[in-house]
Design a protein around this ligand. Structure first.
Ligand code: DCP
Ligand code: CA
Ligand code: CA
Length: 374
């Protein structure tokens, strides 16, 4: 009864979908080599003693093979396993296609890794009120267009959507409605809660916490004392509460730099000296993000706080200081630089968006490189 009271007041209208590909790297490799189908397949780095298992087909998992273990151990557990090396470019390309499918339904997408994402479908592009129907459509799109299976969780927050996608693998859809949440969470093994790992789970057992229902026995203060910040989060999760919004990958529209001067500056000569320094920064930022753009904008704010911008668009991508400054020089001819100036800025827009997605994915590559070195 108490539980029910505490769950009132949740935003039951929000509809979140969590999509997670099944045995992702392995499924992709099997798709490319159908001879591997139905066999124990292990995806790992090049065969050497330090190579780590990225993932394994379900056939190999039956032998106890799992992500993160050494390839040597995997071989010991399952000598008949077929070892296949990683092909990140393939996984990245598929990840991008997944994103494109998600975008048909909503722009509120938060990718968590190459093979999974949250999608907020509360106000979706199809104006479909059933999130379950959208989940089916997404699962079907991925199967028809990419020839791959995924599992999906549907619920009213991120926590439950993610729990749902893991609940019925492979090729499952699990819906957890607000009315079902309390029961579902009560029966959920503590190991399945976010932040509870293979090692840390034993510290929960020490307090006789085995399932979600056991968390309800402790006050918020108790849980904070026992598990710090993680305990506080678990207090909420045990009650079906998770108010985190999706972190949407905002794609930058422009890259630039500006400088507000301590003392107002005067004249074109002085302005160009300052703009030279600002252009250095712009070049640095463009290079850092490996981006280029076709529009250069000069911004001038006068001491009077009046502000003007002037832009020029060219037919080729710009990413270096010299080209930026050439255009800035031209733009300087059409603005009044004799008045006292308070701020100057340069930005480059019309950015190459293909590269931006690559940058998002580069983060994945770095992450996976870490796995390999472990
Ligand atoms: N991965 C990795 N190293 C790890 C964990 C994962 O290289 N230690 C890679 C390989 C996986 C992919 O990330 O295929 C996705 O990881 P998941 O945890 O989602 O696992 P799978 O998709 O392989 O399996 P499942 O069907 O359980 O989701
Ligand atoms: Ca997965
Ligand atoms: Ca995953």
């Amino acid at each position: 009864m108490r539980r029910e009271i505490e769950m009132v007041g949740l935003d039951r209208q929000t509809k979140i979908i969590h999509v997670d590909m099944d045995y992702f790297f392995a499924q992709v490799e099997i798709l490319d080599n159908p001879a591997l189908k139905g066999k124990p397949v292990v995806i790992s780095g090049p065969p050497n003693s330090r190579s780590v298992v990225g993932t394994a087909s379900y056939e190999a998992r039956e032998f106890g093979v799992h992500s993160g273990m050494s390839a040597n151990d995997a071989h010991r557990l399952c000598p008949q396993a077929i070892f296949v090396e990683y092909h990140f470019e393939k996984y990245q390309a598929i990840s991008k296609q997944m994103q494109e499918i998600f975008q048909r339904y909503s722009d509120i997408i938060e990718p968590l890794s190459l093979d999974e994402a949250y999608i907020d479908v509360t106000n979706n592009k199809l104006k479909e009120t059933s999130a379950i129907k959208i989940a089916r459509m997404i699962q079907n799109d991925i199967l028809q267009e990419l020839n791959l299976t995924c599992s999906i969780g549907v619920s009213y927050n991120k926590f439950l959507a993610k729990i749902g996608s893991d609940y019925n693998k492979p090729y499952g859809i699990t819906v957890i409605t607000p009315d079902q949440a309390a029961d579902f969470i009560a029966k959920l093994p503590i190991r399945k809660f976010p932040g509870v790992g293979k090692k840390s789970v034993t510290s929960f057992y020490q307090y006789a916490i085995y399932y979600g229902s056991d968390l309800l026995q402790y006050s918020r203060d108790d849980l904070i004392r026992m598990f710090k910040k993680r305990g506080e989060i678990l207090y909420d999760r045990a009650r079906g509460i998770d108010e985190r919004k999706l972190v949407v990958n905002r794609i930058a529209k422009s890259i630039g730099a500006e400088n507000t001067f301590l003392d107002d500056i005067y004249g074109e000569r002085e302005a160009l000296i300052r703009l030279d320094k600002i252009a250095d920064k712009v070049e640095l930022r463009l290079n850092k993000k490996q981006m280029s753009g076709r529009t250069v904008t000069l911004k001038v704010k006068y001491a009077s706080f009046e502000q003007i911008t002037r832009s020029k668009t060219v037919g080729y991508p710009i990413s270096d200081k010299k080209t930026v400054l050439d255009i800035i020089n031209e733009l300087c001819q059409v603005v009044d630089l004799q008045r006292p100036i308070r701020l100057l800025g340069i930005s480059v827009s019309g950015l190459d968006s293909g590269k931006q997605l690559k940058n998002v994915l580069r983060y994945e590559q770095i992450l996976l490189d870490v796995f390999k070195k472990e």
